[in-house]
Design a protein. Structure first.
Length: 796
């Protein structure tokens, strides 16, 4: 809408100017002038309402000044055309006009803005030079006549000279805008045209009046009307909401201001010279004084220019220094970023990106693969230490590990931290294939030594994978193969090294398929439990069952526990799986119908024992199933307990307070320390199958080990259960050694839920007394792939 408004205002205004020129002098023409002027001023007032608040005051002052000029024109026209009288040398009309000029100057100043004092004062000095030059010309043409007119009174002379001086002020304002180069926007150009129109209208009116020209009113009036039209067009233009003057160094263009200022500066001497040549009257005193003022302004202008240049030089030097500092800082940051991009912040070792770059560089060399090998090292059970002892201890141990790796390599190879607890050693000068394996063996030995951190002795081990480059090897492939070998070393029992073989990748793919099926199989009901009975050797009474997890994989079939339990432990899936086992076992045991309270034994993994929510999960399983807490036995291996003895002891105490019994599974294969038996609230020792197997021969040396364990349990008031009893001779020997209970294939292979309930129902005293069978070992292959949750060997 505003786009069309200013165009209509401009078109109608120019049409009014043309009509003004066409009309004869008289009331009609004056009425047209006043009507058009009032309409233009009203348009300005309406446009101001849409201006930003910061711009409204300036436009309102200009509109007020124009209203004063319109009122003065109206009063003059009334006196001239209606009353036919001279308003006199000084009247109220002059007060209105002079007030209008002053308000006009205030409006222009309010709308003007300057960014810098140096540029602003230089612009004002240039405008002052133009003003003085124009004053010289005005004095010669107009003011001198008034000054030397003896017929004028002092008041009349002052009033007559005031208007030209005020008009020169209008010129000063216009020249300031021109010199500052602010006429880049359309609204600025229209406003400048309005200012020049006011100047010309006043000047023409005065000159024509002095010469008694009858066309003075016509020409001056149309120029004044043109000024009103330009004023309204400027206010209505869309760009009028921006500040009028925004002086910048680039605005003071030489081609624009030098000719104007130079012409004004030479005005006084030019008039004096022309007066001498053409012999007309020249007021030497006034023009000489004006010349002195011009000289002073020029000197002041030059001084300000020098000051600005010096200030800009200082600023430039300051910027140069700042730029140099910034460049130095940038270079330092780039150096730091390059370091951080290829180094680990914790250990100071190189990182994975650096390793990849080094491998690619080595492989790019001719026959570079022939001397290239990579060892990837992963700290065993580091996550348990980090979670239980805190990240600060874990970080300190990583630093110790990195230092030992550096010492082992002797600085001859590149040691890298890949992330977490994984490190790598790049060998790029391998002359013999045994060099990498020898280094891997030294790494395993070096990291096997316990480290003392914060007064705490921590023992860890490392698994190392070794891979050799081949002609078709890429950096990603070499790292992947070494990583695969490392996982093979972990699967083989940890604390060892392994060299990559193609078959390892096939196993890794198989393991990936297994782990990817964990959650879907749990949700789909492909996991199930079987139960292995436990019988008292004292009276043959059925005491309870151990819950064993099985997995009927959707595509791979029935998987042995060794196939998925270690992977579940590594990936953390053992937590949801263990929680499911606990819930299912408790729910099933709660439904058993027996004359005695049968127990249910459930294995706990290391991750489960470190879970702070374990006690809550156990309590929830008991509450949901309705199983009495004294019927639940939680089995934990020795190695799991020693991952974080303090936390384990606290958790076991909380479980004991609930009435749950604790059993040490596979006792004798781990620490077997009397001190930890005193530390943990243990109720049952389960003798590992490896100690039971030799009892097939009653005279074997293994009998002494079992006897020692049983006596230790009796002395500590602990119950004993022998695992993996398969033949009658083993049962008889255990009975003579006063072992309290047994479990194994001699009694029954693990049973389904339905078979377990039938076993409980039909189990009587005569069934508990196992009849003699030939002393032979039952073939595990015939019994199928079975085992215990959390065990490291298959149940046999």
């Amino acid at each position: 809408m505003r786009q069309a408004t200013w165009r209509w205002a401009l078109a109608l205004g120019l049409l009014a100017c043309a009509a003004y020129l066409a009309l004869p002098a008289g009331l009609v023409r004056v009425a047209l002038l006043l009507t058009a002027a009032v309409a233009c001023n009203a348009g300005v007032v309406l446009a101001v309402q849409k201006q930003p608040p910061s711009m409204r005051l300036g436009w309102r002052l200009l509109a007020t000044a124009c209203a004063c000029f319109i009122c003065a024109t109206l009063l003059f026209s009334i006196d001239d055309l209606i009353r036919h009288r001279d308003p006199g040398a000084f009247s109220f009309l002059d007060v209105i006009r002079i007030s209008g000029y002053l308000i006009y100057f205030l409006g222009i100043m309010r709308m003007s803005r300057s960014r810098g004092l140096a540029v602003s004062r230089e612009r004002h000095a240039d405008s002052a030079i133009v003003y003085v030059g124009a004053f010289c010309l005005s004095w010669q043409l107009v003011l001198s006549g008034y000054a030397h007119d003896a017929s004028l009174t002092t008041t009349a002379r002052v009033v007559a000279m005031t208007y030209p001086l005020l008009n020169l002020g209008v010129l000063f304002t216009a020249s300031g805008a021109i010199l500052a180069g602010v006429t880049r926007r359309a609204s600025e150009r229209f406003l400048l045209a309005a200012i020049l129109g006011l100047f010309l209208a006043t000047a023409i009116g005065r000159v024509m009046t002095m010469r008694h020209n009858n066309h003075a009113g016509s020409l001056a009036g149309v120029v004044m009307l043109f000024s009103y039209v330009m004023f309204a067009t400027s206010a209505l233009h869309p760009t009028s909401s921006k500040t009028l003057v925004q002086a910048t160094d680039s605005g003071l263009r030489v081609r624009r201001w030098v000719p104007i200022v130079a012409l004004a500066g030479f005005m006084s001497p030019a008039i004096l010279l022309l007066g001498t040549i053409f012999d007309f009257h020249v007021d030497v005193a006034v023009l000489s004084s004006a010349e002195m003022v011009l000289f002073g302004l020029v000197v002041l202008r030059v001084c300000w220019l020098f000051i600005r240049i010096r200030s800009q030089n200082r600023l430039l030097r300051s910027h140069t220094d700042s730029l140099q500092e910034a460049l130095a800082t940038q270079q330092a940051l780039e150096t730091d970023l390059r370091y951080l991009a290829f180094h680990d912040s914790l250990t100071g070792l190189s990182n994975r990106a650096f390793l990849k770059q080094q491998v690619e560089t080595a492989l790019a060399a001719p026959d570079g693969y022939e001397s290239l090998a990579l060892c990837i090292c992963d700290l065993d059970q580091f996550k348990g230490v980090n979670d239980s002892l805190g990240h600060q201890i874990g970080d300190a141990f990583l630093v110790v590990a990195s230092r030992r790796l550096t010492e082992v390599t002797g600085g001859a190879h590149t040691v890298v931290r890949l992330g977490g607890d994984e490190f790598a050693v790049l060998l790029n000068d391998v002359t013999q294939t045994s060099a990498a394996t020898e280094l891997a063996a030294r790494i395993v030995d070096a990291l096997r030594e316990p480290a003392t951190i914060d007064g705490r002795e921590i023992a860890l081990s490392v698994s190392v994978g070794v891979a050799y480059a081949r002609p078709d090897t890429t950096s990603e492939l070499l790292i992947s193969e070494a990583d695969t070998a490392m996982y093979e070393a972990k699967s083989a029992g940890k604390d060892r090294w392994a060299v990559f073989e193609t078959s390892m990748r096939l196993r890794l793919v198989d393991e990936l398929n297994v782990t990817n099926s964990f959650q879907s199989s749990l949700d789909g009901g492909h996991f199930f439990l079987q139960y292995e009975p436990q019988v008292s050797l004292t009276d043959g009474r059925l005491e309870g069952f151990e819950a064993l997890v099985r997995w009927d994989h959707p595509t791979l079939g029935l998987l042995p526990p060794l196939r998925f339990i270690p992977l579940a432990e590594q990936t953390g899936f053992i937590r949801p799986l263990g929680a499911w086992i606990l819930q299912q076992a408790c729910a099933e045991a709660a439904n058993w119908e027996s004359e005695t309270e049968l127990t249910i034994s459930v294995n706990l993994s290391g991750r489960q024992l470190q879970d702070p929510e374990l006690v809550a999960h156990v309590g929830s399983a008991l509450a949901e199933s309705g199983l009495s807490s004294d019927r639940l036995v939680l089995e934990i291996t020795e190695s799991v307990l020693m991952l974080n003895p303090k936390q384990a002891a606290q958790t076991l105490v909380e479980l004991k307070q609930m009435g749950i019994r604790i059993a040490i599974d596979d006792f004798g294969t781990g620490y077997s320390s009397l001190s930890y038996l005193q530390l943990f609230p243990v109720d049952i020792l389960k003798i590992d199958k490896s100690f039971i197997d030799p009892l097939e021969d009653p005279e074997s040396e293994g009998r002494a080990f079992v006897q020692t364990i049983v006596r230790l349990a009796h002395d500590l008031n602990l119950s004993t259960i022998a695992e993996g009893v398969e033949v009658l001779s083993q049962r008889e020997t255990l009975s003579r050694l006063e072992c309290q209970s047994i479990q194994g294939y001699l009694l029954s292979r693990p049973m389904s839920r339905e078979a377990t309930r039938e076993f409980i129902t039909t189990s009587a005293a005569e069934r508990a007394k196992v009849t003699a069978i030939p002393a032979r070992r039952i073939d595990p292959k015939r019994l199928g792939p079975i085992g215990r949750t959390g065990s490291t060997v298959l149940d046999q």
